[in-house]
Design a protein around this ligand. Structure first.
Ligand SMILES: CC(C)(COP(=O)(O)OP(=O)(O)OC[C@H]1O[C@@H](n2cnc3c(N)ncnc32)[C@H](O)[C@@H]1OP(=O)(O)O)[C@@H](O)C(=O)NCCC(=O)NCCS
Length: 191
C-alpha cells in the first residue's frame, strides 16, 4: 500500500484501487458511490437549490435521479466530480465539467450544498480546494463558472475564492418563467 499526501490532498493506492480525498475543515470531497444515493437525494430534493441550477438538475429529485447521476460519475479518472461529505452523508456536490472543441482546457465549475448547511463557509472552502487540485493535477488553463443574476450568494462565494467577474451576458437565462442575466466568473492558471 502506498500513501502520499500533498497539502490537503490525500491519495491512497491499494492494489489497483485509487481513493482520493480533498480534506476540508469539517467535510471531505471524495468520489461518489451508489451507497450515497439516499442522502444525495434527500439533500438535492429542494426547490431552493434547483432554482439556481441548469434545468438538467431535476425537481423533484428522486432516488432514481440520484442513482443515475452517481452511475454517470463512478470510476472517473481523473476525478472531476466530488461528493461533499460529512461523516457518511453526501450533503452536496462540486464538480468540474469538461467541455469539447476549443474549451477542452477550460472546464465549468458547478456546486450546490444542502440548505441545512448554508452559510457555514463550506462551498467557499470547497471551491478553493477543487481549484487548487485542478490547477495542480489536471491539464487545464482556466476555470469558468456561470451564475444567474438572482444568486448573489454564489457570486460572493466565487469572489471569496479568488474568481473574477469577467462579464455579464444580458438576458441569457430563461429559468422558471423568468428572464435573467448570466454572470461569468473565471480564474486563470498562473504560469
Ligand atoms: C450558493 C451556495 C452553494 C453557497 O454555499 P454556502 O456554503 O452557503 O456558501 P458560503 O457559506 O461558503 O458563503 C456564502 C457567502 O455569501 C454571503 N451571502 C449570504 N447571503 C448573501 C446575499 N444575499 N448577498 C450577498 N452575499 C450573501 C454570506 O455572508 C457568505 O459570505 P461571507 O463569508 O463573506 O459572510 C448555496 O447557497 C447553494 O447550494 N445554493 C443553491 C445552488 C446554487 O446556487 N449553486 C450555485 C450555482 S452558480
Amino acid at each position: 500500500m502506498q500513501y502520499s499526501s500533498l497539502t490537503n490532498i490525500v491519495i491512497f493506492n491499494n492494489c489497483n484501487i485509487t481513493v482520493m480525498e480533498l480534506n476540508g475543515r469539517d467535510f471531505i470531497l471524495r468520489e461518489l458511490n451508489l451507497a450515497d444515493a439516499p442522502t444525495l437525494q434527500l439533500h438535492a430534493n429542494n426547490p431552493n437549490i434547483s432554482r439556481f441550477l441548469f434545468n438538467r438538475f431535476p425537481l423533484p429529485y428522486t432516488l432514481e435521479d440520484a442513482e443515475y447521476f452517481i452511475n454517470s460519475k463512478v470510476g472517473q479518472d481523473p476525478i472531476t466530480c466530488f461528493a461533499i461529505a460529512i461523516n457518511e452523508d453526501v450533503i452536496g456536490i462540486i464538480s468540474l465539467e469538461f467541455r469539447i472543441d476549443v474549451y477542452t482546457k477550460a472546464p465549468l465549475l458547478g456546486y450546490w450544498v444542502s440548505e441545512r448547511y448554508w452559510g457555514k463557509g463550506i462551498i467557499t472552502e470547497a471551491v478553493k480546494l477543487i481549484t487548487d487540485y485542478a490547477f495542480k493535477h489536471l491539464d487545464i488553463i482556466s476555470i469558468r463558472a456561470v451564475v444567474f443574476d438572482n444568486n448573489p450568494v454564489s457570486m460572493r462565494v466565487l469572489e471569496k475564492a479568488g474568481y473574477l467577474k469577467e462579464g455579464i451576458l444580458k438576458n441569457n437565462i430563461f429559468k422558471n418563467g423568468e428572464i435573467l442575466d448570466e454572470h461569468i466568473y473565471g480564474i486563470v492558471k498562473k504560469i
